[in-house]
Design a protein around this ligand. Structure first.
Ligand code: HEM
Length: 530
């Protein structure tokens, strides 16, 4: 009897404890998914900041995705007013709530910030109060744990080690090989075309070109081995891009699906090849000056642990992750810039002629441009800047408030994410004037700082300490490739080109970029002018 009573009592205790756990979990869920978002919404509302109302668990994601899908469901006219198509949710809600509004990505709040004064505060004058946000797991898997996402002392240490790769003096050494790759590509185009004309879908071919250059910057003398590794990384990117478009189940990447198993195997192979390559380079580097490529500099740093006051050591894993970061950050960004600039020059033949005139008068019709030429090509610089303004490959970036902060008088609670819509800043009429949606490279004729009403209105490479480390390389490569193309071809949009800028991580032409290239005769520039 006594025993039965104890068993009964124990079962009762179990039921009560279980109920308590269920209630506690339910409370926690309610706090995280309801009470906290409502409190934050009210906090912003009291300061006059509004936005679409929070919905339980999903926030505004459903409306946002449906707006984006609708906007990209058909091509647009040949206009550069692309904000309503590319960032449709921002364009729509800005009209209702003003430029500074809140939007909910699930239970996470994001405040849009497009005022250049506030942007300057976030990225420069008070940058210590903000940090990079965590990328979603699929993106994280691709971008690696390198410069793009590292924080604090480790980020600063890696940035110091890698920076010399991008110094102009070092990049200059790449110009002959970069130029040769472009010429080889163009020779293939010439062979393909009948009557001197050929249609090329440029966005894919420009990717091979930029991949080649990134491989050289990352691996230097180990270029051939590096190429094989980046080929595996390309496959990995395709798998992740596929998952990114289709899968929304949390934790999906841990399921042993066919795609995930393939991805795990690739990951293992990439790591193994890189480790082998690092070992080989270590042996061949011993006692000699390391080449100024990513791999050489990282290996040098890993061998000199603790030297130069560095308290953070560099491991093989660090090198592996930085290689991934390089590949992710450098390849498609630059090829997208090349693609959009080619499309723009095809749309605006008047600027194409001006750019060609400049190249021919400086470099002749077949000589490879040198570093000095590339730097002096002013019209081409203005064109590339205008392309970066209208079609910035990276359309937005995000920061997270590390503490409760004051941003231009607004009280921002800790953990709030700040969405900086680079594309919207570049398309703001109040900053750029009435011709904001026109292609007018002339606005950059007196330099970047004077092109707009605000010196911080042009931010295709970000701003402040975390500004893009590869921008010199990207611009150098784009100008060099365009100069060589302009020397040899005139070009226009193919009749089947559809104007449809869209975003999947980066800004790209949804239906590709078919361009008709017409081969120009080899001439002396003086003859051409006559
Ligand atoms: C047109 C080409 C490119 C564009 C538009 C671009 C854009 C950007 C932007 C906007 C950022 C800042 C992100 C933020 O603040 O959240 C960034 C950072 C970065 N970019 Fe680029 N990028 C380009 C080319 C490259 C190239 C060629 C590389 C070289 C490998 C590269 C490597 C990086 C890295 C490593 C970072 C992180 C830097 C840090 O946090 O210290 N990018 N890029």
């Amino acid at each position: 009897m006594e025993e039965e009573r104890v068993v009964l009592w124990l079962s009762w205790v179990k039921v009560v404890s279980l109920s308590c756990v269920v209630v506690l979990v339910a409370l926690r869920v309610a706090v995280l998914l309801w009470w906290r978002p409502m409190r934050i919404q009210a906090h912003f509302s009291r300061q006059g900041i509004r936005g679409p109302p929070y919905r339980f668990f999903i926030g505004n994601v459903k409306e946002l995705v449906s707006m984006m899908l609708k906007a990209s469901s058909q091509p647009m006219p040949f206009s550069h007013n692309i904000l309503p198509r590319v960032l449709s949710f921002y364009h729509h809600w800005k009209k209702i709530y003003g430029a500074t509004f809140i939007v909910w990505f699930g239970p996470t709040v994001r405040l849009t910030v497009s005022d250049p004064d506030l942007i300057r505060e976030i990225f420069t004058s008070k940058s210590e109060l903000y940090e990079k946000n965590e990328a979603p797991p699929l993106v994280k898997q691709l971008e690696g744990d390198g410069l793009l996402s590292l924080k604090g002392e480790k980020w600063a240490h890696h940035r110091r080690i890698i920076s010399p790769t991008f110094h102009m003096e070092n990049l200059k050494l790449l110009i002959p090989v970069m130029g040769t790759s472009v010429v080889e590509m163009l020779e293939k185009w010439s062979e393909m075309g009948e009557k001197g004309e050929v249609e090329i879908e440029v966005s894919e071919l420009f990717q091979s070109l930029t991949e080649d250059v990134i491989t050289r910057t990352a691996f230097g003398s180990s270029y051939e081995d590096g190429k094989a590794i980046f080929r595996l990384q390309s496959q990995q990117m395709l798998l992740a891009a596929d998952a990114f478009q289709k899968v929304f189940i949390p934790g999906y990447r841990f399921f042993p699906t066919r795609r995930n198993i393939k991805s795990w195997k690739l990951e293992k192979k990439i790591r193994k090849s890189l480790v082998r390559l690092i070992e080989r380079r270590r042996e061949s580097n011993s006692g000699s000056e390391g080449a100024k490529d990513l791999l050489g500099l990282m290996i040098e740093a890993s061998m000199g642990k603790g030297k130069n006051g560095n308290s953070v050591s560099v491991t093989v894993d660090d090198i592996v992750e930085e290689c991934k970061s390089f590949f992710f950050a450098g390849k498609q960004t630059t090829s997208n810039l090349l693609t959009w600039t080619t499309i723009l020059l095809a749309m605006h033949p008047h600027w194409q002629v001006q750019a060609r005139d400049e190249v021919l008068s400086m470099c002749g019709s077949r000589d490879l441009p040198t570093k000095d030429h590339v730097v002096k090509l002013k019209t081409l610089s203005m064109i590339v800047n205008e392309s970066l303004r209208l079609y910035p490959p990276t359309i937005a970036t995000i920061r997270r408030a590390k503490a409760d902060v004051d941003l231009g008088g607004y009280k921002i609670p800790r953990g709030t994410e700040l969405l900086i819509p680079i594309l919207a800043v570049h398309h703001d009429q109040a900053i750029w004037g009435n011709d904001v949606n026109e292609f007018n490279p002339g606005r950059f004729s007196e330099g970047v700082a004077r092109a707009a009403k605000h010196p911080v209105a042009f931010i295709p490479f970000g701003l402040g300490v975390r500004t893009c480390i590869g921008q010199n390389l990207a611009v150098l490569q784009t100008k060099l490739a365009l100069a060589i193309i302009l020397q040899r071809f005139s070009f226009r949009l193919a009749p089947n080109y559809q104007h449809a800028p869209t975003v999947l991580m980066l800004l790209y032409p949804q239906y590709g970029a078919p361009i008709l290239f017409h081969r120009l005769p080899k001439t002396d520039h003086q003859d051409q002018r006559l």
